[in-house]
Design a binder for this molecule. Structure first.
Ligand code: AHG
Ligand code: MN
Ligand code: MN
Length: 324
């Protein structure tokens, strides 16, 4: 039970007031994401009743089948964020190019990047799905949208995800630890339920699509054999947000290594790997792409993919020791 009721909105206002000269712009952005999340949660919950399950008959720029709810969630986020005066650029998994909303001279201070619905191929079976977002500073001198958003993860101002699971959970970092909010559907507000979430340093669970192991490099295969011999458990939902949320709360590692099919890995840097890496580090965990900390990677393309290894500090270090 929450002792002092604190909504996401008030929490951000309190945090922002600690920064001298803060304009409140950032609060507006989080409030737009929170509004979008409530609307998406509502559609996800009622998907079968509304008849919005199934694929939309189109593919996104990455050749992946778009579900009706991918398209709908994307539209909701674009509509909620598009009206916020401080946003310069929006970029999404579902569009090839970023949308430039306003230039720096017109007040565009931030860029918001998102995966509107992660794990959407699981929707038809009622499995948890999510939204992932990353907030960057605009570069007023840069005219090209893609170059503006191609920033290393360390540059993020904030990042988070929303999990549409058995409850709707909003997890956020603004670089000052990780806070967890839960949607109270009766009052329509995200309420703070845990401040300063820390990932356990150890956890005997690995989360990976092990069916691809023949396609992994030897180091990953050796790690998996070691885990088999050392009493580890396997958990893989196939929705990154759900798998990472479990890893954050109970410890362990989440991996999406390079495969023969996806030699760079499958997950996208700017709106999947990088925001999750920021959350993990802020919660006391680690996040690597190969031997490089994910947050140190300088992306070159909006939809660039990277390998993902993140989770409990000692468990990530153990995997790294096998990768050589
Ligand atoms: P998205 O639904 O946004 O395209 O992302 C799907 C991702 C991610 O959620 C998950 O971790 C991964 O795909 C699962 O991939 P495999 O089916 O190859 O394991
Ligand atoms: Mn995704
Ligand atoms: Mn997606």
């Amino acid at each position: 039970m929450t002792e002092n009721l604190m909504s996401l909105q008030s929490h951000i206002l309190v945090e922002e007031s600690k920064h001298q000269g803060a304009s409140g712009d950032f609060t507006w952005i989080i409030s737009a994401i929170s509004l979008a999340a409530k609307s998406i949660a509502n559609h996800v919950r009622r998907a079968r009743l509304e008849g919005v399950l199934g694929d939309a008959g189109a593919s996104n720029v990455q050749g992946e089948k778009q579900q009706t709810l991918d398209v709908l969630s994307n539209e909701i986020l674009m509509r909620c964020l598009g009206t916020r005066a401080s946003i310069a650029v929006l970029a999404t998994e579902e569009s090839e190019h970023p949308s430039i909303l306003r230039r720096g001279v017109d007040g565009g201070k931030y860029c918001v990047l998102f995966d509107p619905l992660d794990g959407s191929s699981n929707l038809d079976t009622g499995v948890g799905v999510g939204t992932i977002f990353s907030i960057l500073r605009n570069i007023p001198t840069e005219k090209d949208g893609e170059r503006t958003v191609c920033q290393a993860g360390r540059e993020q101002v904030a990042a988070g995800y929303v999990l549409y699971g058995s409850s709707t959970i909003f997890v956020l970092t603004t670089g000052n630890g990780v806070d967890l909010f839960e949607l109270d559907p009766y009052i329509g507000s995200f309420l703070l339920v845990k401040k300063g979430v820390r990932i356990p340093e150890l956890g005997k669970t690995y989360s990976i699509n092990e069916a691809y192991s023949a396609q992994f490099s030897q180091g990953y295969r050796d790690y998996l054999s070691w885990a088999h011999e050392n009493g580890y458990s396997s958990r893989y939902i196939g929705s990154m947000v759900a798998d990472i949320h479990r890893t954050l709360l109970t410890g362990g590692v989440f991996l999406y290594p390079p495969t023969t099919k996806n030699p760079e890995g499958k997950l996208r840097y700017l709106y999947e790997a990088s925001p999750m890496a920021f959350l993990m580090e802020q919660a006391g965990g680690l996040a690597y792409s190969g031997s490089t900390p994910t947050l140190d990677i300088q992306p070159q393309r909006l939809h660039q993919r990277v390998p993902v290894l993140l989770g409990s500090k000692h468990e990530v270090e153990r995997v790294l020791s096998f990768l050589g």
